[in-house]
Design a protein around this ligand. Sequence first.
Ligand code: GDP
Ligand code: CA
Length: 306
Amino acid sequence: MKIAVLSGGVGGARFVKGVVEVAGSPEVTVVGNVGDDLEVLGMHVSPDLDSILYALAGLNDERRGWGRAGETWSALESAAALGGESWFRLGDRDLGLHLVRTQALRAGVPLSEVTSRFVRSLGLEAEILPATDDRLRTWIATGAGEFAFQEWFVARGHRDEVDSLRFEGAEAAVAAPGVVEAIDGADLLVLAPSNPYVSIAPILAVQPVREAIERRRVPCVAVSPLIGGRAVKGPADRMLARLAGGTSPAHVAGCYAGLIDALVVDEADAGALDGLGVRAIVTQTLMTGTDARRRLAEAALGVVPA
Ligand code: GDP
Ligand code: CA
């Protein structure tokens, strides 16, 4: 069974790992968000793609929730002591990846090709693709002004309420090689439990990606990132309340109107399924460990009989 998963960073990566464990790596293509990408200290950083790479390779730091396990911070401390920027935390091990990627990008290698090289170097068999090789950046409009995504999210701790979002470069962006083919060739499409506004929307803003999902002839299932109407982590619940008018499963599904056929929701939200409009799959959705992660993936994959 071929599966294409659209995913943001940490929340999505955890789920993708479950999908790979259940379906087998060769069956899975992950389409990742690049709206969060940024330049730090002259290096190109793709936080969401890297979260997926590290999670699938087992290199991620479970406790911190982002970045690599066994990380040290000497390079960043040295940069800070010299007056360099240090607001975006990059560890020493992580930096190695950013150096290699930045060099390749400067030599003209597309981001998708660089990412595929990393997949192979790490011994992974799932395919990980950026939604686009073109420059696409998420901008957040707030009462305090408009901010580049990471400035709002990391530097300002996503404290400003969001009035609207803009995906710079999305209109002209073409899908990275393999993305539309993976969606067209899949037996099941899955939207990971990532933030609908800042992780999944920038992927869907690439028109050929959205159109490929719209014309699907196979089911598309989303997994809600909310439990009991609350985000497990991050601003998804605040954003839904403000931008969609609520945090029920119907509000989550509303972010994906015309794109999904089913929504996996937590048992804590089972009493709030009114007006959902798509099939509900109710289960426990908190990925506390290996078993919980696998069960959630099985629930999502169960949309298609094996
Ligand atoms: P980011 O790009 O690193 O911010 O990560 P994502 O956008 O992929 O994921 C963030 C979302 O994951 C948040 O809205 C969380 O509520 C959600 N999330 C994190 N862990 C879990 C979990 O165990 N279960 C569910 N259902 N959602 C989760
Ligand atoms: Ca992200």
